[in-house]
Ligand binder design. Sequence first.
Ligand SMILES: Cc1cc2nc3c(=O)[nH]c(=O)nc-3n(C[C@H](O)[C@H](O)[C@H](O)COP(=O)(O)OP(=O)(O)OC[C@H]3O[C@@H](n4cnc5c(N)ncnc54)[C@H](O)[C@@H]3O)c2cc1C
Length: 424
Amino acid sequence: MKSGNRFSSGYTFHPTTFNSPSGEGSNQGGHGPGNNQSSGSDNPEEIKDDEGEKNTFPNNTKEEELLVDTCPVCNMDVETTKFYSQYNGKTFFFCSDGCLQKFISNPGNFFGNHNFDLIIVGGGPAGLTAAVYASISKIDTFFIAKDIGGQAIDSTKIKNYMGFDFISGKMLVDKFKEQFLENHYLAHKLDDVIHIEKQNNSFKITTKSNETFLSKAVIIATGMKKRKLGIEGEERLQRKGIFYKLVQDISLLEGKDIVVIGGGNSSIQTANELLNNHCKVTIVTKGKMIADKTDVDRIKQRQNIRIIEEHDVMEIWGDEKVEGVSVRPEKDINRPPKSIPCDGVFIQVGFLPNTEFCKEVVDLNEKGEIVINNDCSTATEGVFACGDVTNNYGKRIVIASGEGAKAVLRTRQFLKEKKTTKIL
Ligand SMILES: Cc1cc2nc3c(=O)[nH]c(=O)nc-3n(C[C@H](O)[C@H](O)[C@H](O)COP(=O)(O)OP(=O)(O)OC[C@H]3O[C@@H](n4cnc5c(N)ncnc54)[C@H](O)[C@@H]3O)c2cc1C
């Protein structure tokens, strides 16, 4: 079910509210807290949501329609039926009690006057940690991200995050998300920031959906995106067998011949997943493999794997879909390229920092990373940055999270010094 037009001016809003598990849901529909009754239905039927919480739904709503929805406040995918409200004969589902309350209390203007003390941009480990810290610090904050999870969600096996011997990226991000949405809610929106500019003593942030927000401080935590190879065939065969990260339903590639380009840890993770799905895998890399040596040694022991080092991939070829790649030894550029037929290509050749939108307010180094000081401050007073998007050493989840926390502690200090903050 997709929520369409939500509000029209002059409409009398009769919210029907449902409670959070703590029973603290709003009561504007005339029911007491803890009473999970819908005023929008005479004959509600009771079902359990996926976390076992008891909820009541109007009996005209099909259960299967409730499984995935989009939160009308923040655009986030909603996979839980915990928080919902009826409006204009429709049932809306929310990512959190916080967004439900925004829907009820301020229809049509969820984010007030769009003027905050702090705006955090980016929803990976750095941004999410910053969000939780900002919430705990009671800073008047707005959080904007293209997605929740960032690169971490692509990691099939995280073996180096404290507290867990092993956890998948998806599971870790779910935990971050729960902490953010359920325990330390902040006003937030899924959107793409396209521009940040300084205006007197504040920053104007513009999003792809053409909204603008003002803030006294900004934390940039926009991480990195996959680098493209820029070779013949790469653009033409997009979505025809070229991948930049693991596909959700990897079983679709079962038994296929796949070339993985790149020699780092991401390539090894991808190759392992493909081998688990009975693919024949060829890794091609410039120079030597740079992934952790133990992982390289381990994958070499598996069947159906071939590693070609010190080769350039010159072209991806195929008519309607990928049919192969051409490779050539790095040190023998006069040799004619050799063909490797395949059904698909995973390109894992590193990352580029996401900084296009903030170039006016930060300094970048030669890699395009935001140059920060020890305290996450940047070239512009009031602009802070953290995580993989910065020149800080070490691209790891635990480091990005730590930096997110540090950036908020420093921002809080900055806002206090400026004596402009509303709460502190
Ligand atoms: C396949 C893979 C496996 C990995 N495995 C591990 C591992 O096992 N252990 C480990 O410690 N690390 C691992 N890493 C690295 C780790 O994921 C990163 O170091 C970490 O995610 C960085 O966090 P971040 O928040 O700085 O950036 P990111 O995770 O890159 O998040 C950036 C966020 O900003 C958002 N964003 C970007 N541009 C904009 C914009 N203009 N407007 C709004 N939002 C924007 C993105 O959508 C995203 O939400 C792995 C990475 C990959 C790709």
